[in-house]
Design a protein around this ligand. Structure first.
Ligand code: 0WD
Length: 256
């Protein structure tokens, strides 16, 4: 049975309807899951609640969680535990880098910008996993979103590429730590999708065009395609998969 009925999943990082996190939320919802949303600050509360209201069920829950704060993370999962008890998975769809460091040369990255990108985009997964694991008493699946720029040099991706490399390694170490609790940890490496975060990356249009011209499928991926792979990773269909990066990128990563 690969329905997610009777299960609860936390989705972190919905900013608006274009967010990849929203594509994931929709796929999990369509599979029958109950959803718990977290957002960075009160600015996102209404947009997230309005989006969730378009789903045909009304038991979603909402929490503010700025992942730069250990206290906020601990408190959020304490609250989720009190309100729902058990969770079956979590999607970490969060990243941040200073806009001025997402173009030009990586060489110009500042100490502070480097640390900030690592903190929000990579360390947060470890901090969240530590708190979320206590709610995954029936086993679980943790999923993060990464990008090819962590495996190779992608023009302009710079400090975020280094943060994604760190996120990928964080994901693997967590997979090893949490496997004994029946918790799997994986990443989806998504192809470029036009979102608020993507707009911060220099010459994003050129990256998209390259996918259209050179990827095996000759078209950019959609957040719905990423969402359906997320559903697979959250379901028991993927029960033998952990520590893995699945590329949902129209096959672009195989091209030389
Ligand atoms: O092409 C793309 N869009 C790709 C994105 C390709 C491959 C991977 N990804 C990754 C991103 O790096 C990120 O990890 O997917 C993830 C989701 O990104 P997205 O859907 O492209 O972007 P967006 O809709 O902007 O959501 C990212 C959200 C933030 O939105 P804002 O507008 O605030 O930047 O990350 C959240 C926030 O909701 N976020 C935080 N959440 C909690 N605490 C924090 C924070 N401190 N900072 C950012």
């Amino acid at each position: 049975n690969f329905s997610l009925e009777g299960r609860t999943y936390v989705v972190m990082g919905v900013a608006n309807k274009r967010s990849i996190a929203w594509g994931i939320a929709q796929s999990l919802h369509n599979a029958g899951a109950r959803l718990v949303f977290t957002y960075a600050n009160e600015r996102f509360e209404k947009p997230v609640r309005d989006l969730a209201a378009t789903l045909d069920r009304d038991d979603s829950l909402f929490y503010e969680c700025d992942v730069t704060s250990d206290e906020a993370i601990e408190q959020t999962f304490e609250n989720i535990k009190n309100d729902v008890g058990v969770i079956h998975g979590l999607a970490h769809c969060i990243a941040f880098a200073k806009r001025e460091e997402l173009s030009g040369e990586f060489l110009n990255t500042s100490r502070e910008g480097f640390a900030l990108a690592q903190d929000i985009s990579a360390f947060s997964l470890a901090a969240i996993a530590r708190s979320a694991k206590d709610l995954m008493t029936e086993g679980g699946s943790i999923l993060t979103l990464t990008y090819l720029g962590g495996e190779r040099v992608v023009e302009n991706y710079n400090v975020m590429g280094v943060a994604k490399a760190s996120l990928d390694a964080t994901m693997r170490y967590l997979a090893n730590d949490l496997g004994k609790y029946g918790v799997r940890v994986n990443a989806i490496s998504a192809g470029p999708i036009r979102t608020v975060s993507a707009k911060g990356v220099g010459d994003f249009n050129a990256i998209l065009k390259e996918i259209e011209e050179r990827s095996p499928l000759r078209k950019p991926v959609t957040k719905e395609e990423v969402g359906d792979t997320a559903y697979f990773l959250m379901s028991d269909l993927s029960r033998g998969v952990t520590g893995e990066i699945i590329h949902v990128d129209s096959g672009y990563n195989i091209m030389g």
